[in-house]
Write a protein that binds this ligand. Structure first.
Ligand code: GCU
Length: 414
């Protein structure tokens, strides 16, 4: 491992271990109240008010102020579907799909690992964006699986780092156990959104500009808006296949992809459920919470994820929206928010407060929203706003996947 990377990972682990634990008592409630009058729109008192008046206003507010308006990516065409012969996948049928977006001349493609239980028809489907590309999701990184190292984050380029990454970020950071997930009756589609907009401050801006040639730079959508749209492109590509039930498609994302997953479901009503794990700032956590990563920090480091408008709000958060309203846009569909007690950078208490703040919108639809009352040990998988916390820091563990499947079982199999 390169020394710089090793020390960076060590410092991150140390910071996580030393930071003071998230504290609800010192974290403010979400504001503005989700049903209160907003930009001249009177208070919301019914599900119909919400759907017809408030939701469109809020969607536009998030795209204007935080993420930018996602560009049209072009209709998906499945160009290739190969069956992969893999070990340790139980009875699953595992394929690699190549999906083209729009005109072939645009050369816009992404690859998916699509795994389904043997003989599946109309199975519930989990659509996932991955951190390190699809090859690293398969143990042994088989050659047959697509990989373009140039667009992967540095630490993901070398297989030799995989064991270190797993120790720091959890056994399931690169991908779930295909055998376990398909064994539980779910189909799985995993892709790397960086194939369309690389997760890189140098490579992303030209890719974003090419997708939005007519939009001035100071109004362009950031990478998260495109990554969110890619969940919908995956939905379009996958759901004509009778193995998958279009009414039971869940989006799943961790951290930056947890931000994209929430946005995807807020914009696309076809997603039946969301799992957003440790999504933090710009995701489930309130921008005004005051704990964890600041807007200045996230927009300095990852400005290309957002619309430039979000960075402009960094000095003093002066937007009239906050992330509980993004969660509310998913109501009454089930959302699971995952967190780790030592993952203070992602501000678990700010996410809990956001789930509380979104709950009145869920109640309009007869759902109880969040009923958990504390950060720790209060997982209620059947809640429409389900709150999951474990000990430990940022990453994905086997315990996380057990909880994800409990949540999905409660909502997609009931
Ligand atoms: C960085 C970033 C977070 C993000 C995280 C991740 O830590 O500051 O906002 O959620 O990366 O995606 O793992």
């Amino acid at each position: 491992m390169r020394p710089a990377l090793a020390s960076l990972l060590a410092v991150l682990a140390l910071l996580a271990a030393c930071a003071s634990p998230p504290d609800l008592a010192t974290t403010a409630q979400a504001s503005p109240p989700v049903l209160a009058a907003f930009r001249g729109d009177p208070p919301v008192t019914s599900a119909d008010d919400w759907t017809s008046r408030r939701a469109p206003l809020l969607r536009a507010a998030f795209l204007d102020g935080v993420y930018g308006h996602p560009p049209l990516l072009g209709a998906p065409v499945v160009e290739a579907r190969e069956t992969l012969t893999l070990e340790d996948v139980g009875d699953a049928l595992v394929e690699q799909w190549t999906v083209r977006l729009g005109d072939p001349a645009l050369n816009r493609r992404f690859h998916m690992i699509v795994a389904s239980p043997k003989g599946a028809t109309q199975a519930p489907l989990i659509v996932m964006e991955l951190f390190c590309g699809i090859r690293s999701a398969i143990p042994g990184r088989p050659e047959a699986v697509f990989e373009d190292k140039a667009i992967l984050p540095g630490p993901c380029r070398s297989q030799t780092l995989d064991p270190v990454i797993k120790v720091i970020l959890g056994k399931r950071i690169s991908g779930p156990s295909i055998a376990e997930v398909t064994g539980a009756g779910y189909a799985l589609a995993m892709f790397y959104a960086g194939e369309i907009v690389p997760d890189d401050p140098v490579l992303a801006p030209p890719a974003l500009a090419a997708l939005q040639p007519d939009v001035p730079a100071d109004r362009r959508a950031g990478a998260l808006a495109v990554w969110a749209s890619l969940y919908s492109s995956a939905f379009d590509a996958l759901t004509p296949d009778p193995r998958f039930d279009p009414a039971r498609v869940a989006v799943w994302g961790h951290s930056r992809h947890g931000k994209a997953a929430l946005l995807a479901a807020a914009l696309d009503p076809r997603f039946a459920a969301v799992i957003s794990h440790q999504s933090g700032r710009g995701g489930a956590s309130l921008s005004r919470s005051g704990a964890g990563e600041t807007i200045r920090q996230i927009t300095d480091e990852y400005g290309f994820w957002f619309s430039p408008a979000y960075a402009r709000s960094a000095q003093r958060y002066d937007l009239d929206i906050d992330q509980h309203q993004l969660i509310a846009l998913i109501a009454p569909r089930p959302v699971m928010l995952g967190s780790g007690l030592s993952d203070t950078w992602s501000d678990p208490a700010g996410a809990f407060r956001a789930a509380q703040g979104a709950t009145p919108a869920y109640r309009l639809f007869g759902s109880s929203g969040l009923t958990a009352t504390q950060l720790k040990n209060d997982f209620r998988p059947a809640d429409d706003l389900a709150w999951w916390t474990r000990g430990g820091g940022h990453g994905i563990t086997t315990a996380d996947w057990t909880a994800f499947l409990q949540f999905l079982d409660a909502h997609l199999k009931a």
